[in-house]
Design a protein around this ligand. Structure first.
Ligand code: DGL
Length: 270
């Protein structure tokens, strides 16, 4: 199917965390029409099996394609880890994930032979080995250290960022990075950029990398290559979720810094 540049870009995530990626895309590509789907009825994906995450991702992909998307961004690291290759194989439109851009964002700032990288992510992402695979493919040198931080997502969603309990959990997971002499940490989960100021203050010798900006730049390049850039002045955003939960409105503000005017609940045919 041939798409016009006016067609929207479909972005999806397990919930609201992907709004951190949406935010970077809005900044880099203000003229694009964006569709965002947050699977708030089935979040979290980070604790789920590969098969389940692939099934959910395929359903959302089909929904966004039916809405006329000219390209798809899998904003969720867990979904990118398990479903990107499958969706790319089956898709007639470009599908972008967040894992390779995360590695490239690191490689852009790494010092040859001196830097020691790590990725922190959900358990399901770490188990998938997706980041190590991408690191090898992109010729990263030495070892990529990985660490699952499963308590971060629920604590961030509960707005525990400024509580003492958050510091304890961060120390529990990340002090190991100091012992391993890690120099750079890729934030391999949509939620973790919210911890950036805290992490940078707690571990001043480590550079923390949010892949979202690189995702947005790579999306821009891709649309340019394919002559799919929208030339209008201001794009529109449409947000779909699979459940309007009690905390949805607060979470939007937490992740996007603003409330989204119209959110539509859709029940996918699962
Ligand atoms: N969006 C998920 C990710 O980036 C985090 C939340 C979840 O576990 O679903 O991996």
């Amino acid at each position: 199917m041939i798409h016009s540049p006016n067609a929207p870009i479909g972005i999806f995530d397990s919930g609201v965390g992907g709004l951190t990626v949406l935010s970077a895309i809005e900044k880099a590509l203000p003229s694009e029409n964006l569709l965002y789907f947050g699977d708030t009825a089935r979040v979290p994906y980070g604790t789920k099996s590969k098969d389940t995450v692939i099934r959910y991702s395929k359903e959302i992909y089909s929904f966004l394609v039916d809405k006329g998307s000219k390209a798809i961004v899998i904003a969720c690291n867990t979904a990118s880890s398990h479903a990107l290759e499958i969706l790319q194989k089956e898709s007639s439109i470009p599908v972008l994930g967040v894992v390779e851009p995360g590695i490239r964002a690191y490689l852009n700032v790494a010092k040859q032979g001196k830097s020691k990288p790590a990725v922190i992510a959900t358990r399901s992402t770490v188990k998938s080995g997706s980041y190590e695979k991408a690191y090898k493919k992109l010729n990263g040198s030495g070892r990529l250290f990985t660490k699952a931080c499963p308590l971060f997502v629920p604590m961030i969603e509960e707005n525990y960022m400024e509580k003492k309990a958050m510091d304890l959990v961060i120390h529990e997971y990340l002090d190991e990075l100091i012992r391993e002499e890690i120099t750079h940490v890729i934030l391999g989960c949509t939620h973790y950029p919210l911890l950036l100021p805290k992490l940078s203050a707690m571990y001043p010798t480590i550079q923390f990398i949010n892949p979202a900006e690189e995702v947005a730049l790579e999306l821009k390049d891709l649309l340019e290559q394919k002559n799919l850039r929208n030339q209008q002045t201001q794009g529109e955003l449409k947000v779909y979720v699979s459940d309007i939960t009690d905390t949805l409105s607060d979470l939007q503000t937490l992740f996007l810094g603003e409330k989204i005017d119209s959110i539509e609940r859709v029940v996918l045919d699962w």
